[in-house]
Design a binder for this molecule. Sequence first.
Ligand SMILES: *Cc1c(COP(=O)(O)O)cnc(C)c1O
Length: 321
Amino acid sequence: MTPPLPVGLTDIQAAAARIAGRVRRTPMCADPHLPGVWLKQEYRQDTGAFKLRGATNAILSLTEGQLARGVVTASTGNHGRALAHAARQAGVRAVVCLSKLVPANKVQAVRDLGAEVRIIGQSQDEAMVEVARAVAQEGLAEVPPFDHPDVVAGQGTLGLEILAEGIAPSDVLIPLSGGGLAAGVAAAIKALSPTTRVIGVSMERGAAMAASLKAGHPVEVRELPTLADSLGGGIGLDNRVTFAMCRALLDDVILVTEDEIAAAMRHIHAVTGDTVEGAAAVGHAALLSGRLSAGPRTVCILSGANVAPETFARVLEGQPA
Ligand SMILES: *Cc1c(COP(=O)(O)O)cnc(C)c1O
């Protein structure tokens, strides 16, 4: 017998009850140009990405003592925004550790969300050392971006929401990076709708989970610039939660190119009028490129909206990525 997975349906249901009223229930609509394809518009979530679900569930799962001391992370991306927002909502102190290389506008954006910024060292690795120090010496609780059971359970609430739409999805396409979203959503869907295919989608340029699943253990890949920047980064060589869950629960992983992501961002903009980031468009990229055939009811999770305006303008003009 293989050991049970770290997060199951009851954890996700408990997370849904915990975060109800603190995160948005996002809309789902049919794609008018792709028959049978549905768009879960999670980019309309507060802070512009699903990460608010996991961050909120993780904070609300802390002990009284931890809540009194606060939370810490090193992320400047969607997780950092989500954690700062969730902490402020809960009246909890949030510390974000950044390297000197993080641009001033990003530093200010974190401050604007009410988080305390610590500028430490020349690299993300040095910022991570400060996170470890704050945990050990100040008793702050680290809320990591994906590899934590409470974070995964929070992201899984998105899977419950998709099933509650009542379309009985044949396929769910999930943007895949560290695998917190894929692990949580797949756990919810496979528990309640075992015949639904659950497929992770990443960019070709630096897909760490795809490479790790192929190798059979977590591996490092070189990080490369990509339109799907929220999907960059590794899964952690000491991964505890998401690798095992993605290995057990995902039916397939598909990789897409930069041009396919750009075309998918234009498609989504054309059908919704909305701006989504590259990571949110990878499911459509897989379908529009023909790398994957849609089932009769295929749901694409549009995971986030946070793209630099100049990048989105370049994509809309069809300039090469
Ligand atoms: C974080 C993120 C992802 C990937 O989530 P993981 O849990 O790391 O796999 C996908 N899309 C967006 C917009 C994100 O911010």
